[in-house]
Design a protein. Structure first.
Length: 330
């Protein structure tokens, strides 16, 4: 057996191996209201303990760990939110509040990952128990994460040139709501199936865009397709369907688009780069262990697009979120 290379650094291995410790401390801090408490200003460990009701020892452990992870600042023994935790975990008015997503990861996702070794051997998800309050926790978490993706998309993609926007096959109204907020002259159609259509309608109404949106119940694989549109959104659609269904959905999206229209396909992808983008590969495991859905290779998805008459032009990363493939209708 060859000896280790001189100077080989094990930090990367240990950082990943102890990652669950970081996650659980983040979840505990969020649940205890640490970030919300620090919205009132920096605090020492005793002050943080007083604001949250935590034991002082625990407040210090969480403060030190989270500052070490870059999620809190620590100066002269006082802890403070970073710009990210202030925006997303402290309950501020303008950012997406990610605390429901952390609650979902802690209460539902984490338990599934305890059985991931079995999932890795069999490629079968762990049993999904959504009894009682777990369904509310699940849906609140998933929709919160979608809201973040929608916000990141609106900050990364320019919606202003478009006038007719179709959200096709999606689950969340946040994407169309954000698009219409960015493009005040546009109108939208939300076309999808299932019980979440009504929830999407409420999100759109609550965003003040209800009078600019037509909501259509249709099967994205076989149903009627509203047309024509100059922008089609396929967000978090691809991973929920098999290859043949995706070919059909992408073909339906092309029929809903005018010539020269733009498609924005948002999802996690496996790539062929020397170093895989980690968040996508991690979600490949998450989707497998939770419900068996699939994160596809980007090259395969691009092939489906070309078959249907879309020409992929660009892949763009969204911060802390999936990637988008931007394509043009041929």
């Amino acid at each position: 057996m060859p000896l280790p290379s001189p100077g080989a650094d094990p930090s990367g291995i240990l950082g990943v191996a102890t990652g669950y410790m970081a996650a659980k401390q983040l979840f505990a801090a969020s649940e205890a209201g640490v970030f919300a408490a620090l919205a009132a200003g920096p605090a020492t460990a005793p002050e943080l303990a007083s604001r949250t009701g935590l034991p002082e020892r625990t407040a210090r452990i969480l403060g030190d760990a989270l500052s070490g992870l870059g999620l809190l600042a620590r100066e002269d023994g006082r802890y403070a939110n970073t710009s990210a935790t202030a925006a997303y975990l402290a309950g501020g008015e303008h950012g997406v509040d990610l605390r429901p997503f952390l609650a979902f990861l802690d209460a539902i996702s984490y338990g599934h990952w305890l059985g991931f070794a079995g999932t890795a051997r069999t490629a079968r998800p762990q049993p999904l128990d959504l009894a009682g309050d777990r369904m509310r926790t699940f849906m609140s978490g998933v929709m919160t994460y979608n809201a973040l993706h929608a916000r990141m998309l609106a900050e990364t993609f320019d919606f202003t040139p478009y006038r007719r926007i179709l959200d096709f096959g999606g689950l969340s109204g946040s994407f169309l709501a954000e698009a219409l907020a960015a493009a005040p002259d546009a109108r939208g159609t939300f076309a999808s199936a299932g019980e979440l259509v009504d929830a999407a309608r409420k999100v759109i109404d609550d965003a003040g865009a209800g009078d600019r949106v037509e909501v259509v119940r249709t099967d994205p694989v076989t149903g009627d397709v509203p047309e024509p549109h100059d922008l089609v959104l396929l967000e978090h659609v691809v991973h929920r369907f098999d290859a043949e269904q995706n070919r059909a959905i992408i073909g339906q999206a092309r029929r809903a688009a005018s010539d020269g229209a733009t498609l924005v396909l948002l999802d996690f992808f496996l790539d062929a780069d020397p170093q895989q983008r980690a968040i996508d590969a991690l979600h490949a495991g998450e989707y497998l262990v939770i419900d068996g859905t699939v994160v596809y290779p980007e090259d395969e998805v691009r092939g489906w697009l070309r078959e249907a008459g879309w020409e992929p032009a660009e892949t763009r990363e969204l911060p802390g979120s999936p990637r988008i493939i931007i394509a043009e209708a041929r």
